[in-house]
Design a protein around this ligand. Structure first.
Ligand code: FES
Length: 96
């Protein structure tokens, strides 16, 4: 196999977009896991005090990790598995 052929055979990581920017993920990861793995600890702010929110419970109880997924607001990032091509928007949480 030539070097050029080997380079083209390297699988690319699947990715979704976050606020329009691509973010690679490992299959099986939740959106929250992929966001944290990329170094993001907060991705929205509260309406009342503009306090940062990201993952708190990690099990779907606290609603701190809300994102918009393909236009559907209020999705818990800790429960939604990442899929290639998803469009995730941050900063639009529904609670305070
Ligand atoms: S981190 Fe608590 S619901 Fe997602």
């Amino acid at each position: 196999m030539t070097r050029a052929a080997a380079e083209t055979d390297v699988p690319t990581a699947p990715a979704f977009t976050v606020d329009g920017e691509p973010l690679a993920f490992v299959p099986g990861q939740t959106l929250a896991a992929a966001l944290v793995a990329s170094g993001r600890v907060a991705w929205r702010t509260t309406r009342g005090g503009q306090r940062p929110r990201g993952v708190f419970c990690g099990i779907g109880v606290c609603y701190d990790c809300l994102v918009t997924v393909d236009g559907r607001r209020g999705q818990r990032a800790c429960l939604v598995r990442a899929r290639a091509g998803m469009a995730v928007t941050t900063g639009e949480g529904d609670d305070d």
